[in-house]
Design a protein around this ligand. Structure first.
Ligand code: ADP
Ligand code: MG
Length: 286
């Protein structure tokens, strides 16, 4: 079953001069196809300008493809009648937490999405209560968002999206502006939403360690999907990753070096825990 079906999409940005005449066009996506299944946790990697943000904006009809189609839960993003239902089901979280906060009190901010959908207020109160727990911000409901850290603000933004009960959340570099603690909290939050609530996660990131938390890693380069597999599969092919301007997680690199030094280790080690358990399972001197 497909939740989102991206079929051969091509997209060009039109660049206009000061007289509003078309000056040039920039290709951002070319003949890109991808299927997203319910419950997927996909990390999208790719160097700057490779088309990741454009791709993300295709998934809830912020942008529409020039060629090809994006089908969300059976609905084509090109049909205007589908917009509300698509936006309700595919929530977006962006890089800068400050641009996403709309209210002066945390609970009002979380209620903003469902209010726009016309949900009755008793139901909204219940939803805000539930989603604030899901992101671990239940103690901050009466606070001003201005007083929160970047990571806390991002969790409020995620809660606001959750309050619309989406099937899928798309996050475009949600941790890029956060400190290490904020980054860890966001990754833990989205991992929990995926594992416990079954919400599909599509997360663009340039941190390889974060991609290791996903079930599936997709690499975009030159406007197309170049790699698609489990984190273990994708990070095992470090030569191709380098070709696309990417690295492997530090622990994967270390495991590779240990292997070159004669310690027999499998390919595709992507977490510290895996490396520890591999090393422990070997007796010294073997
Ligand atoms: P990424 O998120 O991977 O950095 P983007 O999707 O933002 O990549 O950009 C893909 C290509 O489209 C790049 O060449 C970028 O310069 C271009 N681009 C992005 N946004 C615009 C825009 N609003 N107008 C013109 N070109 C754009
Ligand atoms: Mg981007």
């Amino acid at each position: 079953m497909k939740q989102i079906d991206v079929k051969n999409i091509t997209f060009d940005y039109i660049v206009r001069d000061e007289n509003d005449q078309i000056e040039s066009s920039i290709r951002a996506l070319e003949d890109l196809s991808m299927e997203v299944k319910p419950g997927d946790f996909i990390a999208v990697l790719g160097r700057n300008g490779s088309g990741k943000s454009t791709f993300a904006k295709m998934l809830n009809a912020i942008l529409l493809p020039n060629f090809g189609d994006v089908i969300v839960l059976g609905m084509n993003t090109k049909e205007e009648d589908n917009l509300l239902e698509i936006r309700k089901n595919v929530g977006m979280v962006f890089q800068n937490p400050d641009n996403q906060i709309v209210a002066n009190v945390v609970e009002e901010d979380m209620a903003f999405g469902p209010e726009n959908l016309g949900i009755p207020s008793e139901e909204i109160v219940k939803r805000v209560e539930t989603v604030s727990h899901m992101v671990g911000m239940e103690k901050f409901l009466q606070k001003s968002p201005n007083k929160l850290s970047g990571g806390q603000k991002q969790r409020v933004a995620i809660a606001g999206v959750l309050a619309m009960k989406p099937k899928c959340i798309v996050l475009d570099e949600p941790t890029a502006m956060l400190d290490p603690i904020g980054r860890r909290d966001i990754i833990e939050t989205v991992t929990k939403l995926n594992h416990e609530e079954g919400i599909t996660i599509i997360m663009i990131t340039h941190f390889m360690e974060e991609a290791a938390a996903a079930k599936r890693v997709v690499v975009i380069d030159k406007n197309r999907i170049q790699m698609d597999g489990t984190p273990g599969e994708v990070f095992a092919d470090y030569r191709r990753l380098k070709e696309f301007g990417l690295d492997v997680p530090q622990v994967t690199e270390l495991a590779g070096k240990l292997k070159s030094a004669g310690i027999p280790l499998p390919d595709g080690i992507i977490t510290v825990e895996e490396l520890i358990s591999e090393l422990k399972s070997r007796k010294t001197g073997t």
